[in-house]
Design a protein around this ligand. Structure first.
Ligand code: DGP
Length: 212
């Protein structure tokens, strides 16, 4: 008997939008309803490359901007064999950030085109659904102060948001905008409904390659 593949579901959004909370709740809800589901998170800070990224994000080391972009991408690529293995086993993956954060954050820096930023991530497993948790910068600010990590400033996050909006115009990726200003349970119900549909649709579709 051939096993139906799992779906690759990605949550994106600016900081404070509730991505991690919603990823955890979605995995739990899918598991409770008898589906095989696991969470992944990028950057995955536990690998050798992830440790370099972690030190950079915590402002403990400085890396040249192109170099760090390629490290973030390498961090996704190093997890691809594991992702494919799980998807082929019928496990749906709920992923907290993916290549879209990669492009949005680097292209928010001066001198980086969207095209240059997309290149290293071309060919990654293509998500079956990308949900963008939409929250305005003023609503995000009401949810508390940014931490001390690199990129955590309102000015930078506003540019990141604009870059995400450009990426969402790409019809080759299945985007769903989620209003993240509502309470946790309402946002969750919405995310769960879209995910259940995506999991059903993915069963009959071969895995695609991102931006190819
Ligand atoms: P967190 O999701 O809380 O682990 O934060 C990770 C930070 O790194 C966040 O500010 C977004 C940023 N980030 C995530 N992926 C990439 C990437 O591929 N490239 C760049 N430049 N930044 C990224």
């Amino acid at each position: 008997m051939t096993c139906r593949r799992g779906a690759l579901i990605v949550l994106e959004g600016v900081d404070k939008a509730g991505k991690t909370t919603q990823c955890n709740k979605l995995v739990q809800a899918l598991q409770d309803s008898g589906q095989k589901a696991e969470m992944m998170k990028f950057p995955e800070r536990s690998t050798k490359i992830g440790k370099l990224i972690n030190s950079y994000l915590e402002n403990k080391s400085n890396l040249e901007d192109h170099t760090v972009h390629l490290l973030f991408s390498a961090n996704r690529w190093e997890l691809v064999p594991l992702m494919k293995e799980k998807l082929e086993q019928g496990i749906s993956l709920v992923v907290d950030r993916y290549a879209f954060s990669g492009v949005a954050f680097t292209s928010a820096k001066p001198g980086f085109s969207l095209d240059w930023c997309m290149n290293p991530d071309m060919g990654l497993p293509k998500p079956d659904l990308v949900m963008f948790l939409q929250l305005s910068p003023s609503e995000a600010a009401q949810r508390g102060q940014f931490g001390t990590e690199r990129y955590e400033t309102t000015v930078f996050q506003k540019v990141v948001q604009q870059k995400f909006e450009l990426l969402m115009k790409d019809p080759s990726v299945k985007w769903q905008v989620i209003d993240a200003a509502r309470n946790i349970e309402d946002v969750h119900a919405d995310i769960k409904n879209h995910s259940v549909d995506a999991i059903k649709a993915a069963e009959n579709e071969p895995m695609g390659e991102l931006w190819k």
